[in-house]
Design a protein around this ligand. Structure first.
Ligand code: PHE
Length: 366
């Protein structure tokens, strides 16, 4: 610092009284002083230190100057050159630092701002219900298998002993993707599976008993959407095939399941029913949560709530997959996940599951 001031003083002293030198010094200092960005530093270097710059002009004067003035001109020119270089370097450094500081302050993060809250996602109530159902069966030794949602008529209907004239096969009930002849059964027709039962056939076709299988997934029906119907819904299919399987095994298994899922205090009953692929068939009811069989508005006066369909696998189904019905028997069951979740949690409109309103979804914990 001191050096700079001293050099400047010296320059002033040399220039004193010599108009041309004073002017050269002042102009050089003014130009440097006026620099306010990196670009102007470059320009200043040219006009002060360049070939035709202020200092060059001082040196040019030397050859025409009187002998005794020449050393002064030389000394002045050299010193001015050194001072100008130093000043410009210093200024350039300073401007660069200021620029950097400006950039940094623009990027600065205000650590005092409150953070943005992130609400945690959670599993959907239908996924939770599927897990609850499957884990009960897993604890009973069942394994989980998944089947395709786009299915062949053969697996969805034909091999499940469902004849061509069955109403489920009509265009009103099933989403067909490819259909040849609506009257004859065409096993190559492609459709969206109307239930998860085709997985039974697929598994039996490719695996030998003993089989204890549970299969959750989506099913599709051409239903009008309302509080209890949806064109896309979820089912959990289950079946067991082994030697010496009887209706007693079916009842014991499903009774244990229903009590595990809905509570030990629930009563369970089997009501005769019909499915093309089971014989005999039944529907399983649990005692109404609200009235415990007395009859109320929840169970529409019945006292019981239906939770699934089931039955002993029809020997005709076994013939499609090459099992000998004399050697093997089996039972199967299928339940609607939405229906079960609605019962368990007192939900009265199925559409709530699909609307993704977090105020509804938030209620259900993992
Ligand atoms: N697939 C039947 C349905 O969707 C349910 C069922 C499955 C019935 C297995 C009996 C055996 O209604």
């Amino acid at each position: 610092m001191r050096g700079r001031m001293e050099q400047l003083e010296k320059l002033k002293r040399i220039a004193q009284g010599k108009d041309e030198l004073e002017e050269a010094l002042n102009r050089a200092l003014d130009i440097i002083e006026a620099c306010d960005d990196i670009e102007s530093i470059g320009k200043a270097r040219i006009s002060v230190l360049g070939k035709k710059g202020i200092i060059a002009r001082v040196f040019k004067k030397i050859k025409d100057a009187p002998e005794d003035e020449r050393p002064i001109l030389g000394q002045f020119g050299n010193l001015l050159k050194r001072v100008a270089e130093e000043e410009l370097d210093l200024k350039e450094k300073w401007l660069k630092a200021a620029l950097q500081e400006k950039k940094l302050s623009e990027m600065a993060i205000d650590v005092t701002l409150p953070g943005r809250g992130r609400s945690l996602g959670r599993r959907h109530i239908l996924s939770i219900t599927i897990s609850e159902i499957t884990s009960i069966f897993i604890s009973l030794g069942y394994r989980v298998v998944y089947g395709p949602e786009v299915e062949l008529d053969y697996y969805n209907f034909e091999a499940l002993n469902t004849p061509a004239y069955h109403p489920a096969r009509s265009l009103q009930d099933t989403f067909y993707l490819k259909r040849k002849d609506p009257i004859k059964d065409s096993r190559e027709d492609v459709l969206l599976r109307t239930h998860t039962s085709p997985v039974q056939v697929r598994v039996m076709e490719s695996t030998k008993p003993p089989l204890y299988v549970i299969s959750p997934g989506k099913a599709y029906r051409r239903d009008e959407i309302d509080a209890t119907h949806s064109a896309v819904f979820h089912q959990v299919e289950g079946f067991a095939v082994d030697r010496h399987i009887s209706m007693g095994d079916l009842k014991g298994t499903l009774e244990a399941f229903a009590k595990k899922l809905f509570g030990e205090e629930r009563k369970v009953r089997f009501r005769p029913h019909f499915f093309p692929f089971t014989e005999p068939s039944a529907e399983v009811d649990v005692s109404c949560f609200a009235c415990d069989t007395a009859g109320c508005s929840l169970c529409k006066g019945v006292g019981w709530l239906e939770i699934m369909g089931c039955g002993m696998i029809d020997p005709n189904v076994f013939s499609y997959v090459g099992y000998d019905p004399e050697e093997y028997q089996g039972f199967a069951f299928g339940m609607g996940v939405e229906r079960i979740a609605m019962m368990k949690h007192g939900i009265d409109d199925m559409r709530l599951f699909y609307e993704n309103d977090v105020r509804f979804l938030r209620q259900f914990h993992i």
